[in-house]
Design a protein around this ligand. Structure first.
Ligand SMILES: [Zn+2]
Length: 201
């Protein structure tokens, strides 16, 4: 009952997390009524895969530049503290911690958490890359800022053991972030306190 190109947009939008059929239809309708917005949005989206990459040092989002591997603004910033490394599960968590302003060191994005139920085992974690990063920066403290969920705690415990013989202090963010909660949705003050109130593993 819908024009083909409208139906395709609704279909693609509804594949995004948190966007149901109704919201997808509302967005698509808005884009039909605002052709200039549709063109701009379409152009922005289609240039993103070639414009944005993952930082080769920490996994954060980074501008792609011809002739060298992507490096993010945090890794490029000389004012950041190399002795402090914050390990997070996902880019969203890095962004949430950055918003809190409590972390002035560097980051490492794991990309996944240990999850036996989903078949994610220790060998799937980028442990060797993390250790390389710790050694390359001369890190003195690693803050494990994985979420306070079962998978997040298991990942933190595993990494703490792996880092135990590396002559580096390992700490865990303080509670205050609700158990099972998503760092992304914790408010900035709670997250800031969780970083400041971290305890040695
Ligand atoms: Zn980076």
């Amino acid at each position: 009952m819908w024009p083909e190109s409208f139906r395709r947009v609704v279909e693609q939008l509804s594949r995004l997390p948190g966007v149901g059929d109704k919201t997808a239809q509302r967005f698509a309708l808005e884009l039909v009524l605002e052709p200039a917005l549709a063109l701009e949005l379409g152009a922005a989206i289609s240039s993103m895969p070639t414009g944005v990459g993952r930082c080769h040092k920490c996994g954060n989002l980074a501008e792609r530049v011809e002739g060298r591997p992507p490096e993010c603004t945090i890794c490029l910033d000389p004012r950041r503290n190399n002795k402090l490394l914050c390990v997070v599960g996902r880019i969203q968590d890095l962004l949430a911690i950055e918003r809190s302003g409590a972390m002035r060191g560097r980051y490492f994005v794991l990309g996944r958490l240990l999850s036996p139920l989903d078949g994610v085992r220790a060998e799937h974690l980028p442990t060797a890359e993390l250790i390389t990063r710790v050694e390359a920066l001369g890190v003195e403290e690693v803050i494990l800022a994985t979420p306070p969920s079962v998978d997040g705690e298991a990942t933190a415990l595993f990494l703490a053991r792996e880092l135990a013989e590396r002559n580096v202090r390992v700490s865990r963010i303080a509670s205050g972030v609700p158990h099972g909660g998503d760092l992304e949705f914790s408010d900035q003050i709670t997250l800031g306190r969780a970083i400041e109130g971290r305890r040695t593993f």
